[in-house]
Design a protein around this ligand. Sequence first.
Ligand code: ADP
Ligand code: MG
Length: 273
Amino acid sequence: MTMLTKSPRVLALANQKGGVGKTTTAINLGTALAAIGENVLIVDLDPQGNASTGLGIDRRSRKRSTYDVLVGEAGLGDVVVETAVPRLWVAPSTLDLLGVELEIAASSNRAFRLREAIARYAASTEALPQFSYVLVDCPPSLNLLTINAMSASHSVLVPLQCEFFALEGLSQLLSTVEQVKTSLNPELTIHGIVLTMFDARNNLSGQVVADVRQHMGETVYETVIPRNVRVSEAPSYGKPALLYDLKCTGSQAYLRLASEIIQRERRLRAEAA
Ligand code: ADP
Ligand code: MG
């Protein structure tokens, strides 16, 4: 077990639209980062728990979850479980998360529950796995769960589906990021936008890519994730696409995205130094 002394880079995968590839990106980007040697934790903050299921964590075996962490009944170390991927862990979610908002609404640190849990974990002297990356899979809403993710994160990674209304809703997401930055987490940045489910046989996909690049410029990663049936099949086997079929176009794209993200991280660190 590698013990790192520095705290992890925390990235929130957020978009209030459902079905755009947040969870698929959390699972496969996490796996790709682990494959190139990073220690990665995926925090499942969606009550649907698709990231947990897609990583092979059986619902019945989830005795403790991110719900317990947010309500303060468990530490992150109590809920983190191994996956079939070396160097990849997950903090699973359960449907209990649906009620968390009401339960913590009255407390003054309600937006910082995850941030505090990650800090406590990193500072712990117990022999726990230490992560270089934490990827937070957000629910499809700009609710208190997503706000917890953003206030715990260094930056936000936005999956955007290559579809006609791709840019719709993006300004709302970006203004939420600005609000969190102003009121909760001055460090927060946009890490990048990843275009997902690109279909080369569909002219519209190409137009969407051009359009989003024109509007958002360098914020958009060079890597575009293709629509790939292997990627959509993998979760039903409880496996990331990279374990299910490493050679498929989707897996290969997620490996490229991982190296692009690491390059961007290096640049950000160099700029900050
Ligand atoms: P979100 O977490 O934003 O709701 P998901 O990651 O669950 O989105 O993706 C929505 C659906 O699209 C899922 O059924 C998933 O398997 C499928 N999907 C996501 N990315 C791809 C892809 N690159 N190729 C094919 N299907 C994909
Ligand atoms: Mg999801």
